[in-house]
Design a protein around this ligand. Structure first.
Ligand code: ATP
Length: 329
């Protein structure tokens, strides 16, 4: 193992930069050459390779996003794309690759591994929807960004006796919505894992309004529906006695300065990825389970759906948050 490449793929997440920095610094410390591939799998197919050094990663531990840039690349999903990528990597004499991204990106990483290239993945996604790791890189920062914003919304909601609907990210997972409903003291989480119960939601709002807690916040995961659609349905019940307003947090959720947790997680995972490649590992994702950084086989995680933590569901119910009804499977 002499030359290792790294790329970021899919949606950016705060912590990707600290991960690239850690990979670069660890690799150089171990006497390797480290190559950055710009713009994800698209940049790989477009031959966008740069040599990384300590100067290029200097200061990156503080920056959200990914300075290597990222993309979604439909061409790479095709067999021909993977074959072309392998040829290009061979041309650049790449002995091993680290892919930082969400589950789609890790599927791409597994394709390259199956063709014989040593590949290690890092879970870089704010959704926290990757099975096999307690946390993804960027999740903690996104949670902290959301709670800062919802705290601000709460101030205006309280001043005007309003109910705010806040749409947060999470296409297939209600993790961000559930956790921030708990940590902001909000009243309702609308999440894909449970069936929303509009009657119960209206009851919660009505009870609060008549008990003079005259403001409420409902957090809606984008994977259920758009916040605007939810608000329309809520108002259509004609049972809400207060003004309802909508805030869509959008891409701001990705842009927070990486928290201590994410900087450390990304640094640890980046280090382990390089050490794993050096020791001949391939086809695994670096994960964190109960605070321990470890490797798990792509095949054990990529076909499985990550469940919400059961203790968080219990906590939400026990402190009176409306999260909907269990969906029969
Ligand atoms: P996020 O969590 O932000 O959505 P992601 O990595 O899941 O991140 P995707 O858009 O699903 O984002 O995937 C990123 C890229 O990974 C795709 O554009 C494609 O190039 C590659 N990819 C996705 N799915 C596959 C697959 N099944 N096989 C091979 N490559 C894939």
């Amino acid at each position: 193992m002499k030359r290792i490449a790294v790329l970021t793929s899919g949606g950016d997440s705060p912590g990707m930069n600290p991960a690239i920095r850690s990979i670069t610094r660890t690799g150089l410390h171990k006497g390797l050459e480290i190559i950055g591939i710009r713009n994800g799998y698209q940049g790989l197919l477009d031959n966008e390779f740069i040599t990384l050094d300590t100067h290029l990663v200097s200061g990156r531990i503080r920056d959200a996003g990914t300075f290597l840039q990222t993309s979604r690349c439909p061409d790479f999903v095709k067999e021909e794309g993977v074959r072309r990528a392998l040829d290009i990597l061979a041309d650049h004499r790449i002995d091993g690759l680290v892919v930082i991204g969400g589950d789609g990106s890790l599927r791409g990483a597994r394709d390259l591994h199956r063709c014989g290239l040593p590949v290690i993945g890092l879970p870089g996604t704010i959704d926290n929807d990757i099975y096999g790791t307690d946390m993804g890189i960027g999740v903690d920062t996104a949670l902290n960004t959301i709670i800062d914003l919802v705290d601000m919304i709460r101030a205006t909601a309280a001043s005007h006796r309003r109910c705010f609907v806040v749409e947060v990210m999470g296409r297939g997972s209600g993790y961000l919505a559930l956790m921030t409903t708990i940590s902001t003291g909000s009243q309702v989480a609308v999440i894909p894992e449970f069936r929303m119960n509009m009657e119960s939601i209206v009851r919660v709002l009505g009870h609060r309004f008549s008990a003079h807690y005259n403001n409420s916040v409902i957090i809606v995961a984008e994977g259920v529906c758009q916040g605007a659609e939810f608000m329309e349905r809520l108002i259509a019940t004609s049972k809400v006695k207060q003004e309802v307003r909508l805030t869509v947090l959008g891409h701001i959720q990705r842009g927070g300065t990486p928290t201590h947790y994410d900087r450390l997680l990304a640094s640890r995972m980046g280090e382990m990825a390089v050490l794993a490649l050096i020791s001949g590992e391939s086809g695994s994702m670096v994960s964190t389970i109960n605070g321990k950084t470890q490797l798990c086989d792509f095949n054990d995680i990529l076909e499985r759906r990550k469940a919400l933590p059961s203790d968080a569901i219990r906590l939400a119910r026990n402190i009176g948050i409306e999260i909907g009804d269990v969906v029969e499977s």
